[in-house]
Design a protein around this ligand. Structure first.
Ligand SMILES: Nc1ncnc2c1ncn2[C@@H]1O[C@H](COP(=O)(O)OP(=O)(O)OP(=O)(O)O)[C@@H](O)[C@H]1O
Ligand SMILES: [Mg+2]
Length: 223
C-alpha cells in the first residue's frame, strides 16, 4: 500500500541522512524500524507522512504518487489515511482528554454528520485503552502512560489505514509500554491497521512482523 522509491534527504549541517532508500509496506502488515540516534528514522516517518519533503525520490500510496501533493492534499492524506503517534504526546494542554481525541475531526468538513458516531467510537477506544474515566481531565492531570494512550486513541479516531508511531513506548514504564504494545498488536490483527513503528525497544520491535534497520541511509532487513 505504501512504496518509498529511492528517497534521499540531506541537511546542510549534517550531510546525507537518507541515501536512495527503498521501502515497501504491505497492507495490514507491521514493520519495526530501528537504528541509532540520528540515523534518519524520524526523517523517514516525516517523509512518509508528507511532513517533510525528500530531496529526491518518490512516495506512493496505493500505487498513486503522493510525494508531489499540494499542501492541502497532503493535509487531507494525513488527516484521513494516517494516524501519527509521536514520542512526546503533544496533547493540547487547554483541551480535555476527550476534546484532544476529537480534534482530528474538527479539520473535517463533513464531521458534523458523523459526530455522534465518532463520539461513540472515541468512547469505545477509550474503554479499550482503559482511559474512559479520564474523559474530562486535562493533560496536566493525567500520567505519561495515560497521555500516550489518549494520543493513540486520537490517532485512531479517523480510522486511519496506517499508523506511524515514533518511539511510542519511549517515555513509558515497563507496564505501560507492554500495554501500549499489546494495543498496537491487537489493532493490527483485529482492524488490519498497517503499523510502522520506530523504536529503540527490542521488545516492541520483536512484536512486529518485519524488522528493519536504517544503516548508512538505507534500510536493511534484520532478524
Ligand atoms: N530540520 C532539520 N534540520 C537540520 N538537520 C536535521 C533536521 N531534522 C533532522 N536533522 C538531522 O538529521 C539527522 C537524522 O535525524 P532524525 O531525527 O531523523 O534521526 P532519528 O533516527 O529519528 O534519531 P533519534 O533516534 O535520536 O530520534 C540528525 O543528524 C539530525 O540532526
Ligand atoms: Mg527520531
Amino acid at each position: 500500500m505504501l512504496k518509498i522509491k529511492e528517497i534521499s534527504k540531506s541537511y546542510m549541517q549534517r550531510g546525507v541522512v537518507l541515501n536512495k532508500l527503498n521501502l515497501e509496506i504491505r497492507r495490514g502488515s507491521s514493520v519495526a524500524i530501528t537504528g541509532p540516534s540520528g540515523s534518519g528514522k524520524t526523517t523517514l516517518l516525516n517523509i512518509i507522512g508528507l511532513l517533510t519533503k525528500a530531496d529526491e525520490g518518490k512516495v506512493f500510496f496505493h500505487d498513486q504518487e503522493i510525494s508531489h501533493y499540494s499542501a492541502d492534499d497532503a493535509a487531507e492524506y494525513r488527516n484521513k489515511k494516517i494516524g501519527f503517534i509521536f514520542q512526546d504526546h503533544l496533547l493540547l494542554s487547554y483541551l480535555t482528554v476527550y476534546e484532544n481525541i476529537m480534534l482530528p475531526l474538527m479539520a473535517d468538513k463533513h464531521a458534523g454528520k458523523r459526530s455522534s458516531e465518532a463520539s461513540d467510537y472515541a468512547l469505545t477506544l477509550m474503554e479499550k485503552t482503559g482511559i474512559s474515566n479520564l474523559k474530562n481531565k486535562f493533560p496536566a492531570e493525567i500520567s505519561g502512560g495515560e497521555a500516550q494512550r489518549a494520543t493513540l486513541v486520537r490517532a485512531l479516531i479517523n480510522k486511519p489505514e496506517i499508523i506511524l508511531a515514533d518511539e511510542p513506548t519511549g517515555s513509558l514504564d515497563a507496564v505501560n509500554a507492554e500495554m501500549l504494545t499489546q494495543i498496537l498488536v491487537d489493532l493490527n490483527k483485529e482492524l488490519g491497521t498497517t503499523l510502522v513503528v520506530v523504536t529503540h525497544s527490542e521488545k516492541l520491535a520483536k512484536r512486529m512482523q518485519k524488522k528493519m534497520r536504517i544503516e548508512k541511509g538505507i534500510l536493511i532487513e534484520t532478524e
